[in-house]
Design a protein around this ligand. Structure first.
Ligand code: NAD
Ligand code: UDP
Length: 310
């Protein structure tokens, strides 16, 4: 049995990861400051004697004894990470320094939840791990993009300088149950609007694209990455199916049977035009390939939000 720390463990992805790690017979220490999450995400895990919850902000040092660390603490929705951009950079950078320091002291293996945002508004399509990206360092998304890029830098410097056992995954848009209904990200926004019969807002023309990975697939990839010793990364994890945001809106309307109409709103600054992961590396090195198609994943997500908003 391993003792595993999950920072951001009460969040959308983190709560599914905690569940998976428990089901594999591990002890899980979930650390979260509840900035963007709700206790109800992990309430069902609290009675489990192998699960422990600690309210803590990763920008402060943490002294615990663990074998592995999954570092997910960071707001992920553009609305949330732009709410307090200085804190976002601190969470990514100071959080990485604190968790890497912890990993060094206790000799733990540590995985960083990095992001496709390190590629910025990509000039290469699809995005391969060797692409260095196209990020505006002073724009409204920079607190997140550059924060995550700096965290990757720190991970690789700890790897080279201190022989730390690191793993880095670059996560592409992931969706599923337990996204916060007011999270502001596209899937939750569209599903909630459709279920309430409110207009669905397309930012810009809606012709920009994203690739959407169902959360169970993503968690499988993260655990596979942590458990192998062939590569440290970075490795892209995402579903290569690419859709325009308009297509996503149409699918959500169809699957919910909603009467919602579509309205247009201004495109946020620096909103990436196209995004699709090249997952050759994950397929070859981790034997990982997402199994849940968008319609199936959306149907499960819609069921969840139906229960949430009644
Ligand atoms: P989320 O907002 O649901 O989860 C983030 C969690 O981190 C929340 O529980 C939040 O309260 C916690 N947190 C934030 N700041 C903290 C701090 N200073 N100290 C402790 N806890 C803190 O978002 P998510 O989608 O579950 O994202 C999890 C991780 O995956 C993030 O690091 C994010 O950057 C990364 N990621 C997610 C996606 C995606 O599409 N969901 C894509 C790329 C990367
Ligand atoms: N978007 C939209 N309507 C919404 C929310 C988002 O049209 O209600 C668009 C957004 O402009 C972006 C895409 O959907 O092009 C994905 O946005 P999200 O915030 O989910 O994540 P991003 O991939 O931009 O970080």
């Amino acid at each position: 049995m391993k003792r595993i720390l999950v920072t951001g463990g009460a969040g959308f992805i983190g709560s599914h990861l905690c569940e998976r790690l428990l089901s594999r017979g591990n002890e899980v220490l979930c650390v979260d400051n509840f900035f963007t999450s709700r206790r109800q995400n992990i309430a069902h895990l609290l009675p489990n004697p192998s699960f422990e919850l600690m309210r803590h902000d990763v920008t402060w040092p943490l002294y615990v004894e663990v074998d592995e660390i999954y570092n997910l603490a960071c707001p992920a929705s553009p609305v949330h990470y732009q709410f307090d951009p200085v804190q976002t950079t601190k969470t990514s950078v100071h959080g990485a320094i604190n968790m890497l320091g912890l990993a060094k002291r206790v000799k733990a293996k540590i995985l960083q939840a990095s992001t496709s945002e390190v590629y910025g508004d990509p000039a290469q399509h699809p995005q391969v791990e060797s692409y260095w990206g196209n990020v505006n360092p002073i724009g409204p998304r920079a607190c997140y993009d550059e924060g995550k890029r700096c965290a990757e830098t720190l991970f690789f410097d700890y790897y080279r300088q201190h022989d730390l056992r690191i793993r880095v995954v670059r996560i592409f848009n992931t969706y599923g149950p337990r996204m916060h209904p007011n999270d502001g990200r596209v899937v939750s926004n569209f599903v909630v609007a459709a279920l309430k019969g409110e207009p669905i807002a397309l930012y810009g023309s809606g012709e920009q694209t994203r690739s959407f990975c169902y959360v169970d697939d993503l968690v499988t990839g993260m655990v596979a990455m942590m458990e192998q010793d062939a590569i440290v990364g970075p490795v892209n994890l995402g579903n290569p199916g690419e859709f325009t945001i308009r297509e996503l809106a149409e699918m959500v309307i169809e699957l919910t049977g909603s009467k919602s109409g579509i309205v247009f709103k201004p495109l946020p600054q620096d909103d990436p035009v196209r995004r699709r992961p090249d997952i050759t590396l994950a397929k070859e090195k981790l034997g990982w390939d997402p199994a849940i198609a968008i319609r199936e994943g959306l149907a499960r997500t819609i069921d969840y939000f139906r229960g949430q908003i009644g």
